[in-house]
Write a new protein. Structure first.
Length: 127
């Protein structure tokens, strides 16, 4: 059995929180403000699921008739063991996202949660 298979753990459910770079009027948020919320989202998902990763995720967001091109958006992602683990933390995540959305003057924040074929390989220092 390959080493990675001995250390791999399935993470078949993914949860992701986008951190916007624009407010609801389409005005840019400051880099320090975005960085703050990325770090807070990472801490929140780590507290819920044991770890998180943030990625630059430029995208187009359409809310109603307004189109926002968010070049500076981030996506904070965590893998969890199953849908039930996510549902157990759903209220906590909803409260966090509501607070972030209000602080960043958002019309809406879309939390992504879905089945995946993701896995985690835990590496040890003694390799």
């Amino acid at each position: 059995m390959p080493r990675w298979e001995r250390r791999g753990r399935e993470k078949p459910y993914v949860v992701a929180i986008p951190v916007p770079s624009l407010n609801r009027q389409g005005d840019e948020l400051g880099p320090a403000e975005i960085e703050h919320w990325v770090k807070v989202a990472e801490k929140e998902l780590t507290a819920c699921f044991g770890g998180a990763t943030s990625l630059r995720a430029p995208g187009t967001n359409i809310v109603g008739r307004k189109v926002l091109y968010e070049a500076g958006q981030f996506l904070v992602v965590a893998g969890c063991d199953n849908r039930e683990q996510f549902l157990a933390k759903r209220q906590r995540i909803a409260a966090f996202v509501e607070g972030m959305g209000e602080a960043l003057d958002q019309a809406a924040v879309f939390v992504l949660a879905f089945d995946s074929d993701s896995f985690l390989i835990e590496l040890e220092d003694d390799l």
